[in-house]
Ligand binder design. Structure first.
Ligand SMILES: Cc1cc2nc3c(=O)[nH]c(=O)nc-3n(C[C@H](O)[C@H](O)[C@H](O)COP(=O)(O)OP(=O)(O)OC[C@H]3O[C@@H](n4cnc5c(N)ncnc54)[C@H](O)[C@@H]3O)c2cc1C
Length: 386
């Protein structure tokens, strides 16, 4: 009898503590600006724990890694553009453009104000069409994809300016889908991926060459006409050579979308317009405003891989804040450093990946990324059924 009473008291106490904790959590409002990789994954993971509002200007999430293949194979485009309507169960996704953030609210260009206790700014970066929207929304991106695909089908010679991951993958995709086209990949660097272990660049270079791609290193294009869209034209290179191309893809010059962040007190802009953060990913003197992903200079590269690590940290940190902890008492963010994984498929079958301690070849790259490009993962996260 005595034991049963003790058990009852214990259960009632635990229940009331639990109710308190849930009440505290429910009272916390978290506003996330930008529905890219940071915004979507963070909003989803905090949805059961707090009142989440995700603010996004476009109707659909854009899965950038698949937008490269969508240029050669538009049949995958709709799986790479995923509506936000099934992302959250409790929280909401507000369609709008954030123009100001304070310690208490986000103001949208429509005049709507969204109050919150914690804010995360993840407005990402811009890129040339048809890889990311250029202000014309998702329909504009669909139109750009159709237009560029049609030009690609017609083109005999294609030049890709910039041999980062996007340029290199695009060269591989075109060589795989259209083996009869002439593809030039032009880089101002001395090798492919000089900041990674040499084996990665070496193996990717020889696979590209074997697929018929012509590689030019150590030369700058001196007359690039556009950084924002593909065009047809003649390229003059700093080594004196000329390349006539039916289609030129600019794949350099990605810039952070940091106008909003730059308005915050104490914000400091760094390379590629990214805004510096403190050790707890705060970009300004506002203590409850965090920034992550491409827009923030966190120590990570502008990659989904970097975003994934930041989401995990933000989730733990925001959960602790919901539980009443002070941010300065929590573990600071530690970026990936040189062990960041880096996966570079050259079409659906071949490629190489650096996996922190070793460089993997075709099979692992195909299984990890090349076959599906994480399309299944992001369609699942966003709750799309088919
Ligand atoms: C073609 C391409 C392929 C890529 N492939 C890979 C890859 O294979 N692997 C990899 O690791 N990385 C890849 N990347 C890089 C990767 O896409 C980025 O690192 C990633 O998108 C960054 O995520 P994010 O959440 O910071 O920002 P983003 O994904 O850019 O999302 C930002 C969101 O904020 C929204 N937004 C911006 N301003 C406002 C505002 N004021 N109000 C409301 N909403 C706003 C935008 O509409 C956008 O939806 C690729 C990039 C490109 C362009």
């Amino acid at each position: 009898m005595f034991c049963a009473s003790l058990l009852l008291i214990y259960c009632l106490e635990s229940k009331s503590k639990l109710t308190d904790r849930i009440g505290q959590a429910m009272a916390q409002r978290i506003a996330i600006i930008g529905g890219g990789y940071i915004g979507v994954e963070l909003a989803k993971s905090l949805d059961p724990l707090a009142e989440v509002t995700l603010i996004e200007q476009n109707s659909h999430f854009v899965h950038a890694p698949a937008m490269v293949r969508a240029v050669v194979d538009p049949s995958i485009l709709e799986r790479a553009l995923i509506p936000y309507d099934a992302l959250l169960k409790r929280g909401r996704v507000v369609r709008g453009v954030a123009q100001a953030v304070s310690e208490t609210e986000v103001t949208l260009t429509s005049g709507e104000k969204i109050a919150a206790d914690q804010f995360v700014i993840a407005t990402g970066s811009s890129n040339a069409v048809p890889f990311k929207p250029n202000g014309a929304g998702i329909d504009g991106l669909r139109a750009a994809n159709a237009q560029v695909h049609a030009k690609l089908v017609e083109a005999q010679t294609v030049a890709i300016v910039g041999a980062g991951a996007v340029g290199t993958e695009l060269a591989g995709e075109i060589a795989h889908a259209f083996p009869n086209k002439t593809v030039h990949l032009i880089s101002s660097e001395a090798t492919l991926f000089p900041h990674h272990p040499p084996k990665l660049g070496r193996e990717l270079s020889s696979k590209l060459k074997a697929s018929g791609v012509s590689l030019t290193f150590g030369a700058r294009v001196e007359n690039l006409q556009s950084l924002t869209e593909p065009y047809s034209g003649s390229l003059s290179l700093s080594d004196g050579t000329k390349v006539e191309a039916d289609l030129v893809f600019p794949t350099i010059g990605s810039k952070a979308t940091s106008t909003l962040l730059q308005t915050l007190p104490g914000a400091e802009v760094s390379g590629a317009d990214r805004v510096k953060t403190d050790a707890w990913l705060r970009p300004s003197t506002l203590r409850n405003v965090f920034a992550a992903g491409d827009v923030a200079e966190t120590g990570d590269a502008m990659t989904v891989v970097g975003a994934g690590r930041q989401v995990a940290w933000l989730k733990t940190t925001l959960k602790a804040l919901i539980g009443g902890k002070r941010v300065e008492d929590l573990k600071p963010y530690a970026p990936w450093g040189p062990k960041a994984p880096f996966l570079v498929p050259l079409g659906p079958k071949i490629g190489n990946s650096f996996l922190g301690v070793f460089t993997a070849g075709n099979f692992i790259t195909r299984k990890l990324k090349g076959e599906d490009l994480f399309l299944s993962k992001y369609n699942k996260i966003l709750g799309r059924k088919s």
